[in-house]
Design a protein around this ligand. Structure first.
Ligand code: ADP
Ligand code: ZN
Length: 756
């Protein structure tokens, strides 16, 4: 028997703890009296074997079948309150099985490192002698207050401030002595300030959006009714909110959140966005709409400073904030009583984490919703085939928004055939006549434009027309990209770079030149076309400084810029009412990737990019430049024909039995020696095959599209299966027994998105 502080009849307090390194099994510990009262969710340090480890209290009370006198004691309580929630353990257990990653590894990645140190580091207070203020003669002080005098002398001998606790310990002094000296102004405290940005200051000018309610359109109204009804009856089947670009999905989310918070004052909400860069816009909207109702909204993503991360996490755990907006890692924030999860732009590949654990943020959110019996809304203008298929299969419900708000028109889409353009201009051109005219017209009317090209750098590669030499990355099997401003050749995979040569290293010809083009060159051309316009280029090269992207977006929103040129960073989710022209250069580029999702990606990209135009009062236009105007994803996108695209694409996937019909597990194996790699991969396939695992189809081994990366050769196998957990655990078993070469490394990527 135990009461709610874990105290038993014999006066012993006991707790059940899950230690980070082995969370599968709960262990019991005594909870000593000198510590505060135990609470489920607390972070504690406990002895385990010969080591001390961190763990989370998951229960109060004594073990049933373990002698109490043999229990070890909890050593330390890191925070005197809850920092973790029970449902996260379940989520991690599910992840471990699904993604074939040990629970301890997941726990290690999920629980922020900065929290493990506790609050002490942050609250470190040091003492030093004041620079100013008269000091009483030390002899006099010695007589009156010898302890103060000793302490003062001690500090005078120090060349730098030392921590208060160290001073007190060294001098065997009391807090009163320190306080007296501080009050006299002879010594002062120095607090170590954590580099942190306040919660409120992280919004740039132009981020903040309106605070007033819109009158909902009819479609929005009925969407809100469907969603709130689903929440009221505690429906756990996820709902796809499929709304065309500019249909006002955000407003629908806001109403759903408000409805929930009003009907359940204890509930909390998680709102996922695919990218850090999109968080401020969403946080701005949600804050302005919810905080008037006394609801605090916090942002969570991987770019927070350590201090911000710790503070936000603790605030969430202590229930001081009930709405969290963030990128994929926010799915692990310790929200309790989680009742609504919203995953916006659910089709975005950015939801997939490309390092261990390789989870999909949307899929985890769906699982966390299921664990909590919470409502789950996945939203997009261009849903993934997986989600559309879930709707077809009856696993998801769907709510549609087919029109833009205010019945604004979807933009007019013009396709420019670059092959005809070539004949007309008698040379290869990057900007078509149509696009140039469009840009000039907008600039004269003081309207804004966005130009989109999915390749950074100046030229795509550097070649020698005389001997055919191509500048290749030494470490990776791809050409180097030419960056003219720095005159560098850069490898976009490994980050390797070297100065661009003036002559061909092979035949000494001075005629070597860049071929193809990237955003840098596009920017230069654009400046020539619109010399007076304020133009900014947005790509991974210009956006290295933290927060710069946000400020650029804010400047664009407030009209301080006329044209944005950039990569996919500017393709999604952004809402700029004054943009009336969007140009898409090389629309077919993404079609020719070695990826069965290439058509889907191209379709989504075109629809999303087009969606940035005409979101305000004025109608928008989209100009798509392509050499393959007939390609079906381009045609479907031009007509915004989702159903047509879905039907065609789903048939292709069915034919090859690709996702969403089965799951794809990608196995990438790397080694510096290609011979060893080939040999072991073949042997591995034979071994795996001989196991005759049910429902498993094996393809490969074959070289990966990027055959060499960072100096290692890469081979891949593809495993197709309708049932991930069963299959992956069998593969894992076989893997553990298989004798790989010591130098061989590998990854298993469940539901792989990146196939390069
Ligand atoms: P989506 O996410 O569906 O592309 P947004 O939520 O960004 O669309 O909304 C598009 C624009 O329409 C935003 O500027 C938003 O403020 C505005 N908006 C949303 N709902 C309404 C409404 N009912 N009446 C007028 N404007 C609205
Ligand atoms: Zn040459």
């Amino acid at each position: 028997m135990s009461d709610d502080t874990g105290t038993s009849a014999n006066g012993l307090r006991c707790v059940e703890v899950r230690v980070f390194s082995r969370i599968a099994k709960a262990l019991h510990y005594r909870f000593p009296d000198f510590l505060t009262d135990p609470e489920v969710g607390m972070l504690v340090r406990v002895p385990l074997g010969s080591r001390n480890e961190l763990g989370i209290v998951t229960g109060l009370g004594q073990p049933k079948d373990f002698p109490l006198h043999k229990l070890k004691q909890v050593l330390e309580v890191i925070y005197p309150h809850k920092v973790f929630t029970e449902d996260l353990f379940e989520l991690i257990r599910w992840m471990a099985r699904y993604y074939a990653v040990p629970e301890a590894v997941i726990m290690d990645r999920v629980f922020p490192g900065t929290l493990r140190k506790g609050l002490k580091a942050k609250e470190q207070v040091s003492l030093k002698v004041s620079d100013t203020g008269a000091v009483e003669p030390i002899e006099a002080l010695r007589r009156k207050a010898p302890k103060q005098a000793a302490l003062l002398e001690f500090l005078r001998q120090q060349s730098q401030a030392i921590t208060k606790s160290a001073v007190i310990q060294a001098m065997n002094a009391s807090h009163a002595t320190v306080k007296a000296l501080i009050e006299k102004g002879w010594i002062e405290e120095q607090r170590e300030v954590d580099e942190r940005i306040g919660y409120r200051d992280d919004l740039a000018e132009g981020d903040a959006i309106r605070t007033l309610d819109f009158t909902l359109t009819e479609e929005q109204q009925s969407a809100v009714v469907s969603l709130t009804a689903a929440m009221d009856r505690q429906q756990t089947r996820p709902i796809l909110l499929h709304g065309v670009t500019g249909s006002g999905k955000t407003e629908v989310y806001v109403r759903a959140i408000r409805h929930l918070l009003q009907s359940d004052p204890d509930a909390s909400v998680l709102f996922l966005v695919p990218e850090v860069a999109l968080a401020p816009q969403t946080v701005g909207t949600l804050r302005s709409r919810l905080e008037s109702q006394g609801v605090e909204v916090l942002v969570w993503h991987s770019h927070l400073s350590e201090g911000e991360r710790r503070d936000s996490w603790l605030k969430i755990a202590q229930r001081q904030c009930r709405v969290v907006v963030g990128a994929r890692s926010a799915v692990f924030t310790p929200l309790s009583n989680l009742k609504l999860l919203i995953i916006d732009e659910e089709h975005e590949p950015a939801y997939k984490q490309e390092e261990i654990p390789r989870y999909h943020g949307r899929d985890l959110a769906v699982v966390r919703a299921r664990i909590n019996k919470a409502c789950c809304i996945v939203g997009s203008a261009t849903p993934s085939l997986e989600s559309l298929y879930n709707v077809k299969a009856g696993k998801y419900d769907v709510v549609r928004l087919t029109r833009r708000v205010d019945n604004r028109q979807l933009p007019k889409v013009t396709l420019v055939d670059m092959r005809l353009e070539y004949r007309k201009q008698k040379k290869e051109s990057i900007l078509s006549q149509t696009l140039v005219e469009g840009l000039r017209e907008r600039f004269e009317k003081r309207e804004q434009s966005i130009l989109f090209l999915n390749r950074r750098g100046y030229s795509r590669q550097m070649i020698c027309p005389e001997c055919g030499w191509v500048a290749m990355s030494e470490e990776c099997s791809i050409p180097l990209t030419y960056h003219r401003r720095q005159n560098l050749l850069k490898c976009h995979l490994s980050g390797y770079e070297r100065p661009a040569p003036l002559r061909c290293p092979q035949c000494q010809s001075p005629k070597i030149r860049g071929e193809g083009f990237g955003t840098q060159k596009l920017e230069d051309l654009l400046r020539a076309v619109l010399p007076k316009a304020r133009i900014f280029r947005v790509d991974a090269d210009t956006m290295q400084k933290k927060n710069l992207f946000r400020h650029v977006l804010a400047d664009f929103r407030t009209g301080k810029l006329d044209v944005l040129v950039g990569t996919q960073m500017i393709a999604k989710g952004l809402d700029f009412p004054n943009v009336t022209l969007v140009g898409m250069i090389n629309a077919d580029h993404s079609l020719y990737m070695e990826d069965f999702r290439a058509a889907e990606r191209t379709f989504q990209l075109l629809v999303q990019v087009s969606g940035r135009a005409g979101r305000g009062e004025r109608a928008g236009e989209v100009i798509i430049q392509t050499s393959t105007p007939h390609a079906s994803p381009i045609q479907f996108a031009r007509r915004s024909d989702f159903d047509g695209f879905l039907e065609e694409e789903i048939e292709l996937r069915r034919e090859f039995n690709y996702p969403p019909f089965r799951h794809l597990i990608r196995h990438v194996i790397r080694d510096r020696s290609i011979e060893k790699l080939e040999f072991y991969c073949k042997k591995w396939r034979e071994t795996l095959e001989s196991e005759k695992i049910a429902d498993l189809e094996i393809r490969g081994p074959l070289p990966a599209s990027v055959e060499k990366l960072n100096g290692e050769y890469r081979y891949q196998l593809w495993y197709f299966t309708p049932r991930v957990i069963a299959t992956v655990s069998r593969i894992q078993e076989v893997l553990e027994r298989f004798q790989w070469e010591k130098t061989t490394r590998q990854i298993l990527d469940v539901d792989a998105m990146n196939l390069l």
